[in-house]
Design a protein around this ligand. Sequence first.
Ligand SMILES: Nc1ncnc2c1ncn2[C@@H]1O[C@H](COP(=O)(O)OP(=O)(O)OP(=O)(O)O)[C@@H](O)[C@H]1O
Length: 291
Amino acid sequence: MEMKAMKPMTKDNAVDIEKELNLSNGNVSKGVNSVKLSQDEVKISAKDVRVKYGEKEALFGINLDMPKGKVTSFIGPSGCGKSTFLRCLNRMNDTIDGCSVTGQIIVDEVDILSKQVDTVLLRAKIGMVFQKPNPFPKSIYDNVAYGPRLHGLATDKNELDEIVEISLEKVGLLKEVKDRLLEPGTGLSGGQQQRLCIARAIAVDPEILLMDEPCSALDPIATAKIEELIDELRGSYTIVIVTHSMQQAARVSQQTAFFHLGNLVEYGETEKIFTSPVDERTKGYITGRFG
Ligand SMILES: Nc1ncnc2c1ncn2[C@@H]1O[C@H](COP(=O)(O)OP(=O)(O)OP(=O)(O)O)[C@@H](O)[C@H]1O
């Protein structure tokens, strides 16, 4: 594809560009995939995932295997479907009226898109952190204790205290807040609030953490702390992150998936995506020619 002929895609012209490229109506461009994983290494396997908002198609058949204990980042221009796909991974799209999802997403041999799956339990196993820190209007302690209480993870107060302490320690927040656990979570700085939200997700012992632009509302210092934290958490958790920052993807992730117009264009080791991408669209995006 001629990169100079490509228009910058915005949410407003996305549909026209899709038509131009003839990618809608099930015409799937087959992405480049250079990530080779053995069955044992795969934690999440998406197969032909298609999403529609009403009649509008937003994802055109995504196939993507994400490895256990590593960080996978999703990059691509605004409106390409990164957040939509991330939300498929813990059924958050179920909460959007008119949104339909088809295909399969296999996690530990279970298709999580199946109607039989209990989404409350699923979202404990696959936690999510959002763009804007969203602590509950409760104390710091109660924010972290909320999930363990809901899921009956502690038999008594001591056990609950321990879960809260360990979760805050894991996100590097314990020292900063141990004398103010009963104060509102909303009174913390933006970066601390985001770490509190990560502690809240971790408290229910998830296996996967989904992060939708977790640093976009944070200053550079708070961003650096969250990035360090992501690096520490990987190994214990499988992490999938949507980011607008290519530098961030390069810093925190081992694999990167590039989306464009509802398609997965290229998926590879992060270093490869940023140094020797194969698809012209990926090259165009990472060199700043569009997006
Ligand atoms: N709730 C919704 N209702 C209708 N259409 C939606 C909804 N959410 C997303 N879309 C559409 O689906 C497509 C993909 O959007 P999505 O937010 O997943 O993209 P994105 O790559 O995450 O974008 P951004 O980087 O701007 O957050 C866009 O065309 C968008 O307008």
